[in-house]
Design a protein around this ligand. Structure first.
Ligand code: AMP
Ligand code: ZN
Length: 492
């Protein structure tokens, strides 16, 4: 499966050519943990999840690093206002972030380095820039990167350098494109920082936001790596500055492929804390929407197109997911024991063998013959994602599968193997989308306990006890069947 993605650096769609064949090293700018993330932030993390899962779907081994910004202007301001030490203050929002990530079904990154654990690496990087003549200490004692010394500065944002005012110095972490100028690598301590400070060769202070990512990406992914992602507002100044710092320090290219997602908007305006037009995930859960429905909405638009958030879209997601669930139930009924393809907790899952092979050769299409009808939809799905993560087209392939399966079932021309192949295709698609699997009915603790005892009895070949436990489970309204993958549980 050949993948192509839009590269913000070259402004072209390019084939992905990993630096080390078969693997991808990818870095994502993570949350600033000063508050609950809003669903605009989660649009960015969802796009990165889609990318990561697509790379894995294509058989690539992904190392994914996402930093946690736990020291900057906003975290310090928040902790001081709350009268809580910075570490305790950010710990609350780190925990909330991971809860939200799990609710939305976002795969965990390989590693989540926190900025405050890597200040030594940041100081070393600033030191290197100093040695090479790219950094200087200003009268305010902060250390700045000299943009004039870097002829490549501006290549990501395609800046017109003739308009730059090299004498401008910027100590804020975030600023607009019109404010191009020397940016802070190390911020000298002042009284607004309270007790937040580290010693450095330039006096007490703290790292600038941009140096965090250059230092931590190099530590975990090396000096040159494959993909760097973020929301489009990260492109300038943050990513431009990351490139300048990294490439001036190492003399090597920093990143091959830069990918950015467009904003989640509300009434045409970027969703943001400062505009006050935001919803956190918790706001939407409290209104009765599920993580699955929100995930569906966030994945539904192409990542490079702005996506307008509206409650209508959540209602439409509910209807669409119900249609997929009905289809799954119908196919499971037809497939019978042919295959437990959408193997989830409802099937008992005890043996832990999720299966999940692509349905090649299934449903009456032995190898070498024309692909089965589910395989054709799976191929369309893969082609959509391979073409710069076209998720709307990928969902169209899902619904084409659902429609064709329903039509065949309606006509009475779908056998058990065909239904099993449809389920297997759906399951394979869901390794990327993460929204198609029917949520498992919660298994009551008493039933789960009997199920566990029965697994142990069967292990010990105590068939009489196994039968007794099956009857006990049946008396509670559940049916247990034994398959080659272990016990399969369903509601009677
Ligand atoms: P921040 O915590 O502000 O640094 O943002 C974390 C991530 O969310 C970054 O990748 C931002 O680009 C992204 N982001 C912020 N607001 C939005 C939005 N409305 N839509 C999409 N991405 C956003
Ligand atoms: Zn970053």
């Amino acid at each position: 499966m050949d993948l192509s993605f839009y590269n913000s650096l070259t402004r072209r769609v390019e084939p992905l050519q990993p630096l080390v064949p078969g693997t991808v090293r990818m870095y994502t700018c993570g949350p600033t943990v000063y508050n609950f993330a809003h669903i605009g932030n989660f649009r960015a993390y969802m796009f990165e999840d889609l990318l990561r899962r697509t790379l894995e779907f294509a058989g690539l081994k992904v190392t994914h690093v996402m930093n946690l910004t736990d020291v900057d202007d906003k975290t310090i301001r928040g902790s001081r206002a709350a009268g809580v030490p910075l570490r305790d203050y950010t710990a609350t929002y780190k925990k909330a972030f991971f809860e939200d990530v799990d609710t939305l079904g976002i795969e965990r990154a390989t590693v989540y380095p926190a900025a405050t654990d890597h200040v030594a690496e940041m100081i070393a990087l600033v030191g290197k820039l100093f040695e090479k003549g790219y950094a200087y200490q200003a009268p305010d004692k902060s250390v700045y990167f000299s943009v004039a010394k870097d002829p490549d500065y501006g290549k990501l944002a395609h800046l017109d350098r003739s308009g730059m005012r090299a004498s401008v110095r910027i100590s804020n972490d975030e600023y607009a494109k019109d404010d191009v100028g020397d940016f802070a690598l190390w911020k000298a301590w002042d009284e607004n920082d309270g007790d937040v400070k580290w010693d450095s060769p330039w006096g007490p202070g703290r790292p600038g936001w941009h140096i965090e990512c250059s230092a931590m990406s190099a530590k975990y992914l090396g000096e040159t790596f494959d993909i760097h992602t973020g929301g489009i507002d990260n492109l300038f100044p943050h990513h431009e500055n990351e490139i300048a710092q990294a490439e001036c320090a190492t003399g090597k290219p920093f990143v091959k492929l830069w990918m950015h997602c467009a904003h989640l908007r509300v009434n045409g305006e970027k969703m943001s804390k400062s505009a006050g037009n935001f919803f956190t995930l918790r706001d939407l859960l409290a209104k009765g929407y599920t993580g699955r429905e929100i995930r569906y909405v966030l994945l539904g638009g192409h990542y490079r197109q702005p996506l307008n958030f509206a409650f209508d879209a959540l209602a439409a997601a509910r209807t669409a997911l119900a249609r997929i669930d009905e289809f799954t139930v119908r196919m499971e009924g037809l497939a019978g024991n042919a295959q437990c393809a959408m193997h989830n907790a409802q099937c008992g899952g005890a043996a832990g063998s999720p299966g999940g092979q692509a349905p090649s050769g299934a449903a009456g299409s032995p190898d070498g013959q024309a692909p089965s009808w589910p395989d054709k939809h799976l191929a369309a799905f893969a082609a959509a994602l391979a073409d710069d993560l076209n998720s709307p087209l990928a969902f169209a392939a899902v619904f084409a599968l659902v429609n064709e399966g329903n039509r065949l079932a309606q006509a009475g021309s779908l056998d058990a193997a065909g239904a099993a192949a449809a389920l297997a295709a759906l399951k394979k698609m869901d390794t990327v989308l993460g929204v198609l699997a029917r949520p498992a009915a919660a298994i009551p603790a008493q039933v789960q306990s009997l199920l566990d005892q029965r697994a142990a009895a069967r292990q010990a070949k105590n068939w009489a006890e196994s039968d007794r436990l099956r009857d006990a489970i049946a008396a509670l309204g559940w049916t247990v069947k034994d398959t080659k993958d272990g016990q399969r549980l369903s509601k009677s």
